[in-house]
Design a protein. Sequence first.
Length: 282
Amino acid sequence: MAEGATNQAECDAPCCLSLDQLTFALGQIRESQVSRETNLATASHASCLSSTCPAHQTASDSHSEHQVLPTTVPFPRAIQYALAFAFIVVSFLSAIFASTCLASYIWRASNAVFARLAHISDPVLEEIERSRREARIVDVGDTVKVVITRRYVHGMRYWQDMAMTVVSLATHTIFYNPVPMRIEDMQALARGKTVVVVIPNVYHHMFVDDYVNTFPSAVLVGSQHAAERHVPHLTILPPSKVALPAEVELLHIDGWALDEYVMVVHSARLCSAAHFISCGIE
């Protein structure tokens, strides 16, 4: 209680300062005021430099007004539509062209494959090809040759002998009773002369296609019934409508069911027949 009373007495006592102390205190107060004003000025200048300061923002706006901003010229809408339409048309045509090329390629490839498979799997073509390979040429005289081969049937389990007579004259080469043989051998026998192919009867027309394809200008003469039976139909002329060499005659066997023609070559003392000699005379 005594200590509290003492402090209270000290606070209530009048304050007495000397002149020097008072002058020093006033100087300290003035220095603190100057320091506070300096700090406020610095803070105000920093806030003005920031983007949020209205004065700075106004200065920036006025500066930006003098800048030349880049401008874009709008493209005409009609040209845009035209270009888009042209792009669609070109794309569509390109797709059609690509599809057509692809379909054409697939078609050719599939045809080649199917033709190859048909050639391999078709026993008739294999039989004919074997007959071509086995064909051999026998010289009978200066102007007469015989081509001998075999006809294979029923999967090559059975065969028949076949023969063709070839007569080489001054201006004509005559193939009587066409049989399978190699194309190069056929052309060698023709020797570039006028080719006459004699289909002797209604049955012996099966292998004439090779001669028609090899000699497009060949003259076909003989059995009219063979022309009707062949697929496709052939244009076979009767002997009376063909200008044959003078030494050659084609004689029709009247009354013979096979509609057969026999060839006589007087210069070679030759008479050739197909079924008539083997079957017609008993």
